[in-house]
Design a protein around this ligand. Structure first.
Ligand SMILES: O=C(O)c1ccc[n+]([C@@H]2O[C@H](COP(=O)([O-])O)[C@@H](O)[C@H]2O)c1
Ligand SMILES: Cc1cc2nc[nH]c2cc1C
Length: 335
């Protein structure tokens, strides 16, 4: 093979990936039509159930093996003063995840999801992307592969989350590069920047794109992304190839996902948006991806927390779809 980089292999896998099962979709829709409820009365839960069934190739599925993966990375661009918190919080929070003390641990436990934490070279932050590319090709490949390998192919639902002080700046730079507009459209407070900090962040991402001028989605990811962002992209791609439905989290997760959609159209068809974060630019990314969020609760935590909360909604949809009686079975008159 001429280009045997992991990134090129991942792209080829995405291009060759199968879609959902049309037969399961037809069967699940037919089942939905005869369940004991007025037509459409379960609203979006009905669409969710049919979508999930078609991706699993099973008209009456169960969710028994959800997986949550939290990727962590450090960012050289923190030297530009773009976060309200110091970089050491990333490694400290990884220890907290490992001890079970973070929000994501509680939400994963609540929904019976197994959770893994993948820390990506925390003592080797990416390069400051206002000076040069954040990663070289080998760094990008290693991070994509770490994400790809972290997915358990036996999972039946995936949530990918992240922890990385400075990563809303990376997500903003990615979004500006992929979708255009003004730098100011894509920056927000992150962990709690003041107005001056947000203005500085806009200058930082504008400079990053001037200095790097990345061309193509994978170059955008390499130049202004980060290890945990690339790992999320690798995991989302693997889930697509394995037909594992995935719930997207906040701004950083969706910027990683957007790289894939720009790379291969339809790469996110196995994804539903778990929530809309309070980071304003997240709503813009969701709109650009055509994804309607399930929840809008003002969360801006990351870690996969909004997506993990939405596991309950998807489980509710599947419990109704697969467990309810039909009109005929229950002896209820239909309309
Ligand atoms: O998921 C989101 O939309 C989100 C919005 C704001 C902040 N975060 C989290 O906060 C961290 C990044 O914030 P910052 O200000 O350091 O760029 C990182 O660990 C993210 O998980 C996450
Ligand atoms: C404490 C803390 C927890 C987090 N979880 C995800 N991002 C975070 C950022 C901070 C600062």
């Amino acid at each position: 093979m001429q280009n045997d980089s992991f990134a090129a292999q991942m792209q080829a896998h995405l291009q060759a990936a199968k879609g959902p099962s049309a037969a399961a979709q037809v069967e699940a829709s037919a089942r939905n039509d005869v369940l004991t409820k007025p037509p459409g009365a379960l609203g979006r839960l009905e669409d969710l159930a049919i979508w999930y069934a078609s991706w699993r190739g099973d008209a009456r599925p169960q969710i028994t093996a959800p997986q949550v993966i939290v990727f962590a990375g450090n960012h050289g661009v923190v030297a530009q003063g773009i976060s309200a918190f110091p970089a050491e919080v990333t490694v400290q929070m990884v220890a907290n995840f490992e001890r079970g003390g973070a929000a994501i641990n509680q939400l994963a436990n609540l929904h019976g999801a197994k959770m893994e934490v993948v820390a990506l070279e925390l003592d080797r932050p990416t390069f400051d992307f206002t000076q040069r590319a954040a990663m070289d090709a080998a760094h990008l490949d290693a991070a994509l592969k770490a994400g790809w390998d972290a997915v358990d192919p036996a999972s039946d639902l995936l949530v990918v989350g992240e922890m990385g002080i400075g990563n809303t700046t990376a997500a903003a730079a990615i979004s500006l590069a992929l979708f255009g507009g003004e730098a100011a459209d894509w920056v927000g407070r992150g962990t709690g920047l003041d107005d001056a900090g947000v203005a500085r962040k806009a200058e930082v991402i504008a400079k990053a794109l001037e200095v790097n001028a990345p061309e193509g989605p994978l170059e955008v990811l390499r130049c202004v992304g980060g290890r945990e962002v690339a790992a999320m992209a690798g995991a989302i791609a693997r889930a697509r190839v394995e037909n594992i439905p995935l719930i997207l989290d906040g701004f950083i997760c969706c910027s990683a996902a957007a790289v894939l959609e720009k790379l291969v159209e339809g790469a996110l068809d196995h994804c539903v948006a778990g929530h809309r974060s309070a980071e304003a630019a997240h709503g813009r990314v969701l709109e650009a991806l055509g994804k309607e969020p399930l929840l809008t609760l003002g969360l801006r935590l990351g870690e996969g927390s909004g997506a993990a909360l939405a596991i309950g909604i998807l489980k509710g949809a599947i419990a109704c779809h697969s467990g309810m009686a039909s009109f005929a079975e229950a002896g209820v008159s239909d309309g």
